[in-house]
Design a protein around this ligand. Structure first.
Ligand code: IPE
Ligand code: IPE
Ligand code: MG
Length: 238
């Protein structure tokens, strides 16, 4: 499951509060969604926390978000670990404070053996950045792959290579766009958009999204009849 957690600013504005109050409240939704994912047996959850484009926001909002990330991780790490959560961050961390990067790396190492849920936070992440860095790393590892390489050779170097491609994508906050999130990985993901603002998104809202997903028919290019086994497979392929 992959989620764009959007609508924090509007949630706060509607209450005559500063935008950052919405970000602070959004941490509660992160907790609720992690709990709910464990209850539903979700094994991989990837949350978009900060996009490569979010640096364009006012400097005080950016620094609030960085502090919130640092403090939340410090506060929650023990609980994440106790609950069997493997923690990962994907994105370009080169612009982050050293103290935050150190804490992230420590958290990743400490939780590396956990198996219940793999929680990935996408921070200073961009889907195009991901494809570019995968290309660079692939060529560095095997320069002879300059041409004729397959999709698997490239995708093995994507930031989220340790996780399966998402089955379900959720975006809160009413906007219906991908905003440079997992461009490669979302190729065949089921998309779910809700007007609910992220701070209002809770266990019940997640259950609704999952219920919607369960009514989808994932055809991957085939026909509905093929999936139901009613018609002959004219292509001869499995
Ligand atoms: C999403 O909420 C959180 C981040 C992008 C960090 P927004 O801050 O984008 O909230 P809106 O879209 O302005 O309401
Ligand atoms: C996308 O939200 C990024 C995150 C939720 C971290 P934005 O609110 O920044 O997206 P746009 O720019 O409105 O598309
Ligand atoms: Mg937004």
């Amino acid at each position: 499951m992959a989620i764009i957690m959007d609508g924090n600013g509007r949630w706060a504005r509607r209450r005559m509060m500063p935008r950052v109050a919405g970000h602070a409240r959004g941490v509660e939704s992160v907790r609720a969604v992690i709990r709910a994912c464990i209850d539903h047996g979700v094994e991989y959850l990837t949350l978009f926390a900060f996009s490569s484009e979010n640096w364009r926001r006012p400097a005080d909002e950016v620094s609030f978000l960085m502090q919130l990330f640092l403090k939340s991780l410090q506060k929650e790490l023990d609980k994440l670990h106790e609950n069997g959560i493997r923690f990962h961050v994907i994105g370009d961390l080169s612009r982050f404070d050293e103290s935050l990067v150190r804490l992230i790396r420590e958290a990743e190492e400490r939780t590396a053996g956990n198996q219940r849920l793999t929680l990935t936070i996408a921070a200073n992440y961009g889907g195009r950045w991901d494809i570019m860095q995968a290309m660079e790393r692939m060529l560095a590892a095997a320069p002879e792959q300059r041409s004729g390489f397959g999709e698997d050779a490239l995708s093995a170097h994507l930031a989220l290579a340790y996780a399966p491609e998402p089955d379900l994508f959720i975006r809160t906050g009413g906007e219906q766009r991908i905003s440079n999130f997992l461009l490669w990985q979302l190729a065949y993901t089921e998309l779910y958009f809700t007007d609910t603002l992220w701070p209002d998104f809770d266990e019940a809202a997640l259950a609704e999204a999952i219920a919607s997903y369960q009514h989808r028919e994932r055809r991957f290019g085939r026909t509905s009849e093929q999936l139901k086994g009613g018609a002959e497979d004219v292509s001869g392929n499995a």
